[in-house]
Structure formats: structure tokens, C-alpha cells
Design a protein around this ligand. Sequence first.
Ligand SMILES: Nc1ncnc2c1ncn2[C@@H]1O[C@H](COP(=O)(O)OP(=O)(O)O)[C@@H](O)[C@H]1O
Ligand code: SF4
Ligand SMILES: [Mg+2]
Length: 349
Amino acid sequence: MSGTYETKHAETGSAPTPLIEVTGLHKQFASGGRFRRSRRSVHAVDDLAIRIHAGETFALVGESGCGKSTTARLMLSLQQPTSGDIRYKGTPLSMMSEAERRDYRRRVQVVFQDSNSSLNPRKRLGTILTTALTVSGAVADARRAVARAHELMEDVGLSPSASFFDRYPHELSGGQRQRVGIARALAPEPELIIADEPVSALDISVRAQILQLLQRIQRERSVAYLFISHDLSVVRWVAHRVGVMYLGRLVETGPVESVFTRPVHPYTEVLINATPVADPERAQLRHVHVVSGDVPSTTERPSGCPFHPRCPLAVETCRSEVPELLPVGEAHAAACLRATERVEGLRLP
Ligand SMILES: Nc1ncnc2c1ncn2[C@@H]1O[C@H](COP(=O)(O)OP(=O)(O)O)[C@@H](O)[C@H]1O
Ligand code: SF4
Ligand SMILES: [Mg+2]
């Protein structure tokens, strides 16, 4: 899966309107004690910008608590942003008519990490899927919904469908339940599926099968994915482009090949180096880096570059100046004050 819309169209200047475009997105939550004075804001998402094109996979990666799921909830309209803009095919969500919003909710679907809690335990699989088909308006009548539910089950590998139709979620394995979650997301014929850690709860042996299923679905239906994960080895395998998040901000973004082979932001490099490598010779060639300190609290965001307390390359200006996300290569951008030195060949000491 190499080559991206961004790189291809940047050359010709004919970039199409993205399927979804997020700009200047902020989400703050009130946090703290009961008394107003002790309350502080959690900056879960801070000035985020993302573009996803039809049929591509954009991965959002970062440590737990960096704002990935909040971004997903904002894009699914499950929460309202504090400020910022989410556009679907060029139309801001805030300007949509009721009919356009219904269409948006149908075309943007979600697959959660924990399919166990996202499937109604009292509903049989057939009912879960026929309901998703009729409620979304993807099919008009009940008979057609039953036939389509069988097709969907076969499509996601729940075969023969007749042996699954009347089962309950608890009668399935974790991998099979995630297949139901994927079938349910496919029922309304989405254009974008937001997959929030879709394989993190699964056994290693099942992960590859579910990832291959998601890839086949993309080839066959040209569906786009916002693929959320803390696991970089998975991201490298499935995504076209990647965005690295730290404390609610995007610190590096670009084509997967470029970001993984030439990471510019020190945080990206640390994340990559922390990913297990099967080949011991390759592992030895790495600049091994362990960042000191814990992830700062989202209520006590450091001044200047948010990564400075943990950054092995931090200099005095990093304490006061907030780095912007600036181009460092073809369709590749990073938010680091020392990005130019890094691009010119200086690696972490
Ligand atoms: N409803 C909420 N109220 C207060 N804080 C929240 C809420 N939802 C998320 N947060 C905080 O926002 C930050 C980002 O959370 P989240 O988006 O779930 O991160 P991730 O998915 O990357 O682990 C965390 O500090 C989390 O505690
Ligand atoms: S701006 Fe400074 S502290 Fe931030 S990542 Fe770059 S070198 Fe490190
Ligand atoms: Mg999450």
C-alpha cells in the first residue's frame, strides 16, 4: 500500500476534496474537584488537523491518554468540539441540514476495541445486523434485510451464515465478535470507518486475520479508515499515512514509509524504537532510546514544546516556544524546533 493521495496529487496540483477534513480541532473537558477554584481544563485535543481521502487508511498513533478516542468521538459527532471545524466532502458539520447530518451519520461508522461491550448481549447476531441495515435506511424491507445480513456475515468470514444468524454475542470467540462489529459497521454502506484500537483486545493469532479482513474490505469497497492504535507495528502494516499524537497535538504526520524510515520528531523516533523488532540484527542497528519521565498530565501541559520535559534533544528555547507543524519532506510534516537539523542528518545522540 504505497503512494498516497497527498503525494500523488501534490505533484499535479489537482488534490481532490478530502472525504473528511478536520482543522483547528480543540476539545477541553472540565476536570478537578467540586469547587470551581480547583477545577482545571483537560486539553484532550489541541489544534488538530487531519485530512482523510476516499479509500485510504490514516492511522492515529500515540500513548494512552493522548486524545485519540476523543478525536474519534468528535468525528462521530458523539461529542461536540470546543472549537474547530470538521468537514465532510467540503461541508462543515455545523452547517449541515438534518438530511445531510443523517447521511453523515450513515457514511461514517465505527468499530470499537471491545466488541463485547459494543454488541447488545440480548440480541441475536441476525437481529443486530438487520436492525443496523433498516435503521440506517440501507435496505427498505425486512426480507431484504435478512438476505443482506446473511451476505454481510459471509463477507466478514462468519460462514456458513445460517450457523451464526441465531447466536448471541457471548456464544462467539473474541475474533468472531469483532467480525460482527465490522459487519455492523459495513451495514449502512459507509465511506469511512473509524476503527478505535480494533485489534488491541484480541489474541495475537487472531489479530492478523482481522487486519487482513479490514484490508480486503478496503480493496473491495474503497472504504477509508481512521485507524487508531498505540501499536506502531500494526500501523506500519495497514496504513497509508500516519499522524503521531502527543498530549492532544499532532507532532508528526506523513506517508507511513517516510515517517517510519525517516522520523523527524524525537517522540516518533522513540515510539518506533520502542516497537519490538523480530530480527535481532536490525534491532542492534537501532538508536535505542528510552525517554525519561512519565507522560505529563493533560491538565498540566508543559510550556513551549509539550514534549520538552522528556525530550533528549531539548534546548533552552524548547521551554518557551511552541513548535508548529511544518513541512520536512514530501507530504511529511513535524512540530519540532530542531526539525531542520534532524532533516539535515543529525540523529538523536
Ligand atoms: N469525558 C471526559 N471528561 C474528562 N476528561 C476526559 C474525558 N474523556 C477523555 N478525557 C481525558 O482526555 C484525555 C484524552 O483521552 P482519550 O481521548 O481517551 O485518549 P486515548 O484514546 O488516546 O487514550 C485523557 O487525559 C482523558 O482522561
Ligand atoms: S521542539 Fe525541542 S523539546 Fe520539542 S521535540 Fe523538538 S527538540 Fe524536543
Ligand atoms: Mg482510546
